[in-house]
Design a protein around this ligand. Structure first.
Ligand code: PMV
Length: 313
């Protein structure tokens, strides 16, 4: 392959079920098609080089530590498909904020796998992309459930249970979402570890919380299939309450959730690991502007809109 190759991947948001998903309960996630990472491969004379200006990387592949996430995904992909990294320059660009629960790392890795596969003219089916990206997610997160790499590699709304093939969500209506960034980095690894410590200290209580979250996920799943936004909103609210009980919310997230509800959202909750990162609010289409305003007034750094509808199932 000699031409320029560009591939991309969407970010993601978890609708319901974070944390409990690490313990085998189901979760729902959707790709954020409007928020993307790109990998561009350009032929050049010389060994494989990686430029990712946003994270200050401009280096030969051979000069990066093997465990560097960008080096790792290149080596894993090359090994999987049985080729050597090409004589090319890999440029990474992303509009997904890092460490905010929107899947920035998994989207970058996914874009890299897709670009390399396209360069060599080989198919990269979603299950292969997902498995490769999972290996890199383990560097970031320790023991990830696999939900990020799965929803991003498949690029469609999913019902996810750890260790099982994802089920596509059958969406029975149109749902309007707002995703608001608290501006506080969300340390997924630490929060997941903290939940693990709490679970070890009081398994009965935490297993009970995970079960109640699973009930919300199942009810939300039914609401999505039926196109029932009011019901989905109620389940999101209850999921947030359970995440508060679990100890992973934070005043800044509660403030954003309250602001969204006061401004007319049907439901709102933290999304991702918690303690920072983002909240997701479900709104009626004509309320989106006012809820976005309410979120910004409550301190959201950025607010993105996304729609879940039958077309992207
Ligand atoms: O990467 P984040 O912040 O969206 O968190 C992932 C969701 C968790 O359930 C907290 C962890 C996991 O591996 O599923």
């Amino acid at each position: 392959m000699t031409g320029r190759i560009c591939a991309s991947a969407a970010g993601k948001v978890i609708l319901l079920g974070e944390h409990a998903v690490v313990y085998g309960r189901p979760a729902l996630a959707i790709p954020l098609q409007g928020l993307r990472a790109w990998a561009t491969l350009t032929p050049h004379a010389g060994p494989f080089r990686i430029q990712a200006p946003a994270v200050g990387v401009d280096a030969l592949l051979s000069d990066l530590p093997m465990e560097h996430p960008l080096a790792r995904i290149v080596y894993l992909t090359a090994e999987h498909f049985g080729f050597a990294p090409p004589q090319a320059l890999l440029r990474i660009d992303s509009e997904i904020p890092v460490a905010s629960g929107l899947g920035s790392g998994a989207a970058v890795s996914t874009a890299v796998v897709r670009a390399l596969a396209a360069w060599y003219g080989v198919e990269a089916p979603p299950e292969v992309v997902s498995a490769l990206v999972y290996e890199v997610e383990r560097i970031y997160h320790g023991t990830p459930s696999g939900i990020d790499n799965t929803v991003i590699a498949y690029g469609r709304p999913i019902y996810f249970v750890r260790g099982q093939p994802p089920r596509p969500l059958a969406v029975g209506g149109t749902f309007f979402l707002l995703i608001a960034d608290s501006g506080i980095p969300s340390p997924t690894r630490e929060v997941v570890l903290d939940v693990r410590r709490r679970w070890e200290a009081d398994r009965e209580r935490y297993e009970g919380l995970f079960d109640r979250i699973a009930e919300q996920v199942e009810a939300a799943h039914r609401a999505i299939v039926e196109g029932n936004a009011a019901e989905l909103g109620a389940r999101m609210n209850e999921n947030h309450r359970l995440l508060q009980e679990m100890g992973v919310s934070a005043p800044v997230l509660d403030r954003l959730v309250d602001a969204a509800r006061r401004a007319g959202a049907l439901g709102a909750k933290l999304s991702g690991a918690g303690r920072g990162g983002n909240v997701v609010a479900l709104v009626e289409a004509d309320a989106a502007g006012c809820v976005a305003k309410g979120l910004k007034e409550a301190g959201a750094r950025r607010v993105w809109q996304s729609t879940v509808h039958e077309k992207n199932t």
